[in-house]
Design a protein around this ligand. Structure first.
Ligand code: PML
Ligand code: MG
Length: 277
C-alpha cells in the first residue's frame, strides 16, 4: 500500500518475477513510496519462496522511479460473480461472455484451449498474457513463451482500504481478487483490447474471470479442476491495424494509479443464453 506522507513523495514501480525449473512461477507489481519499498520487497520475496507451486529458484526485483507526470488515475472495473457448478460450465459461461463482447468463436475457443493446455510453448505457465486476435484467434505477441505482461498499476491507499471493506463481506478479500481486478482494469483501459480471459495457475485456486468494458470483471468460482497447475491470461485485441509495439508498451510501461472503486456486486447464477456471434 502506498502511504503518501507528503504530497511531494516520489513513487516507484516495484516488480517481482520468480522462476522455478526454468519456467515462470510468480509475479507481482506495486507502486510505492520510498519508505515502503524495503517492506514490500521482502513481502514479494517471501511470496516467491512460499509459492503453492514450489519454492522459487530465481527471483528478480526491479525498482524504477516513476515520473509524477506519467501517472494516470482511474476507476476500478465493477465486479460480480457468476455461480457455475464446475469448470466445464464455467468455461462455457466465460465463452458466452467473450462472444457477447465481440470475440469470435474461433478466437474464444483457441484461447480457452491454449490456457487449458498451459499457455507457454512448453505447456508451462507464462509470465505474461497471450495476445489474441479477436477475429482470427491468431497469437500476436512477439515472444509466445513470455507473452505480454501488464505492469505498473496499483490502488491508492484510500481505494485499497475501500476495496477491502467492500470485498470482505462477500468473502473475496484476498490477493488473487484484488490484484486481478487491478490488472484487468489496466488491461481494459487500452482501447485496442476488447476483453480479457484469465484463470489462476495456482493448483489450490480454481477461480477466474472475463473482463469486458460493458460487463466489468465477471468472476467464475470454477474455470479449472482443483489441483491443475495450468492457467494464464488472454488479452483479445482488434488485430486490424494494430500497432503491436505501442500496445505492448502501453500495457507494460504506462502507469495507472486507481483512486476510485467500482461496484462490488453479489453472486448470480449463470444461465445459458443466446450468443451474440
Ligand atoms: C491469479 O491469481 O493467478 C489469477 C486469479 C484470477 C481470479 C481471481 C478471482 O476473482 O477470484
Ligand atoms: Mg499464479
Amino acid at each position: 500500500m502506498i502511504i503518501f506522507r507528503f504530497m511531494s513523495d516520489s513513487i516507484y514501480s516495484l516488480r517481482m518475477h520468480a522462476n522455478r525449473q526454468g519456467s515462470h512461477l510468480s509475479g507481482c507489481e506495486r507502486l510505492a513510496v520510498a519508505q515502503d519499498l524495503e517492506r514490500l520487497a521482502a513481502e514479494m520475496v517471501g511470496r516467491a519462496l512460499r509459492h503453492p507451486r514450489g519454492r522459487a529458484e530465481q527471483i528478480r526485483l526491479s525498482v524504477d522511479l516513476v515520473p509524477t507526470e506519467a501517472i494516470r488515475h482511474g476507476r476500478l472495473l465493477d465486479l460480480h460473480t457468476l455461480h457455475v457448478d464446475d469448470y466445464r460450465q464455467g468455461r462455457q459461461a466465460a465463452r458466452q461472455l467473450l462472444l457477447g463482447a465481440g470475440v469470435q468463436v474461433l478466437a474464444a475457443d483457441a484461447a480457452i484451449a491454449g490456457i487449458a493446455q498451459g499457455a507457454a510453448v512448453n505447456g508451462c505457465s507464462m509470465r505474461g498474457a497471450m495476445l489474441v486476435d479477436a477475429v482470427t484467434g491468431a497469437r500476436l505477441e512477439a515472444d509466445p513463451s513470455r507473452g505480454v505482461r501488464a505492469s505498473r498499476m496499483d490502488l491508492t491507499p484510500a481505494a485499497e482500504g475501500e476495496l477491502r471493506r467492500r470485498l470482505a463481506p462477500r468473502g473475496l478479500d484476498n490477493p488473487h481478487v484484488r490484484e486481478a481486478l487491478v490488472l484487468a482494469t489496466k488491461v481494459l483501459s487500452a482501447p485496442q483490447v476488447l476483453a480479457e480471459l484469465c484463470w489462476s495457475d495456482d493448483p489450490d485456486y480454481t477461480a477466474g474471470y472475463v473482463a469486458t468494458r460493458d460487463r466489468g470483471y465477471v468472476r467464475f468460482p470454477h474455470l479449472k479442476p482443483l489441483g491443475d497447475e495450468r492457467g494464464g491470461r488472454a488479452f483479445f485485441v482488434r488485430g486490424a491495424g494494430l500497432d503491436l509495439d505501442a500496445l505492448s508498451g502501453f500495457l507494460e510501461h504506462s502507469v495507472l494509479l486507481i483512486d476510485e472503486v467500482g461496484e462490488i456486486g453479489g453472486t448470480s447464477i449463470w444461465k445459458e443464453g443466446p450468443c451474440a456471434n
